[in-house]
Design a protein around this ligand. Structure first.
Ligand code: ADP
Ligand code: ASP
Ligand code: MG
Length: 422
């Protein structure tokens, strides 16, 4: 008898019909003798709908006070889901109980809309499991030290599920979604993409952080830190497929580098359209400029991604970096009002029509020439590279957003990702 956490995403919870299907699947696992905890997302489109309503009433940028309200609002989507799923399970004759994040409690910091889970009190959940109940916990939300509802960032239900699995020392965390696993790239963009039977934790971490939204990055971080066995699989298989078959389906995130991994130099391609580029032009080139530009940005809690500083001409240089598009307007404003005058720079330029495309693979560690093959492939397609950033197991480029699909497809082909593994 194992303790299993199931997570169901928005599409998997998208209608009462789908929720009934989830209940039938969970009931099957429960009847097979497993202790079941289920973490659902809001029904598909619901979080967007709620945030859209908020925008109608407060279109300008959010104050800290309004961010609090936004989180309280966005968290309601998941509360609907847990209630409906508990009812659906009860209709199957099971004992089921639902909890919002604060009821568990899932304690977070106070960074509204991107809160981090600090601690989970598992006492109540354990007592319910001991009493034979299926426990259903809202994804995406928690409560901060002063009792405010917080949310964990878009896609955050993955993180809730893995964190709950870690707290309960679950035997496995199964992430049910609308694709049947992790693919070499988003199958919506490249239909030839292949499902990976396994993907190493490190690769998954890079893929997620470079934009593969199949798992939220923090869920992968949690899985790594607490060694949570994690699998991504489809909720669209017939609910009554045998459990041993279901347990082998999808993609397993592995923590050991096995020999099979040696074969693929590049395992996957990720892309991200959520960033924007800002450039400070004509900065006097002297020690400390990176700090003087990025210090105030960091103080404003804005994450910076790719950074590039040009060679200087006549004692002046240009300094560019990317930020999330949500932080773009704030970053421009900050640079124009606080950084340019003190630095004596010429101006600040911005571009939101960029995207970042990354190749990821632990095989890159032991192979040379991988990045140059990427650059050659892009040049053959006539795609100009604006910025480059590398790590041991990934190379990312920033390019014009209109070339994103072309770049992803060309790279997918160039690295033979559409070919079956030998
Ligand atoms: P859920 O609502 O279940 O959390 P998401 O939409 O957050 O689902 O994540 C699943 C989606 O992630 C897929 O429908 C797919 O389009 C996208 N995706 C992006 N990159 C990948 C990838 N490498 N493998 C599989 N799916 C991916
Ligand atoms: N409902 C939230 C979102 O849409 C969380 C999630 O789906 O994981 O981002
Ligand atoms: Mg998701």
């Amino acid at each position: 008898m194992a303790l299993i956490v199931h997570k169901y995403g928005g599409t998997s919870m998208g209608s009462t019909e789908r929720i009934r299907n989830v209940a039938l699947r969970v009931a099957k696992w429960h009847r097979a003798g497993h202790r079941m905890v289920v973490v659902p997302s809001a029904m598909s489109g619901e979080t967007n709908r709620l945030l859209g309503l908020a925008k109608e009433l407060q279109p300008s940028s959010m104050t800290p006070e309004s961010l609090r309200e936004l989180d309280a609002l966005a968290a309601t989507g998941e509360q609907v889901s847990v209630g409906l799923l508990a009812l659906a399970l009860q209709a199957q004759g099971l004992q089921a109980v639902s909890y919002a994040g604060w009821q568990v409690a899932i304690e977070t910091d106070s960074a509204y809309s991107k809160a981090r889970i600090m601690r989970i009190d598992d006492a109540r959940v354990r007592a319910d499991l001991d009493a034979g109940k299926v426990v259903i916990i809202t994804g995406f939300q928690g409560i901060d030290g002063t009792g405010n509802v917080t949310t964990l960032g878009r896609g955050g239900s993955d993180t809730s599920a893995v964190a709950v699995a870690a707290a309960l020392k679950a035997d496995e965390c199964l992430i049910y979604t609308d694709v049947d696993g992790v693919y070499t790239t988003d199958p919506r963009i490249v239909p030839e993409a292949r499902r990976l039977a396994t993907v190493s934790f490190e690769e998954m971490l890079e893929m997620a952080s470079m934009g593969s939204k199949v798992l939220q990055i923090r869920s992968v971080e949690f899985a790594g830190k607490y060694r949570v066995p994690l699998r991504v699989l489809s909720s669209f298989t017939p609910w009554d497929i045998p459990i041993d078959e279901e347990s082998r389906s999808g993609t397993l995130i592995t923590f050991e580098e096995d020999e099979k991994m040696e074969q693929a130099v590049v395992s996957g391609i990720a892309f991200n359209r959520d960033e924007a580029k800002v450039s400070v032009i004509g900065v006097p080139d002297k020690p400390g400029i990176a700090y003087q530009i990025l210090g105030p940005v960091a103080d404003a809690n804005i994450d910076v991604d790719v950074i590039i500083q040009n060679v200087s001409h006549d004692g002046r240089t240009d300094f560019s970096f990317t930020v999330n598009r949500n932080d773009y307007a704030r970053t421009l404003e900050l640079l124009r009002t606080r950084v340019v005058p003190t630095l004596g720079a010429n101006e600040v330029l911005g571009d939101t029509r960029i995207c970042k495309v990354s190749i990821v693979g632990i095989g890159m560690r032991s192979h040379v020439g991988v990045a140059s093959k990427m650059f050659r492939t892009l040049s053959e397609e006539g795609i100009n590279i604006q910025m480059i950033s590398t790590s041991e197991i990934k190379t990312s480029v920033v390019i014009d957003e209109k070339y994103m699909e072309l770049a992803v497809r060309a790279l997918h082909r160039a690295f033979d990702l559409d070919q079956p593994v030998a």
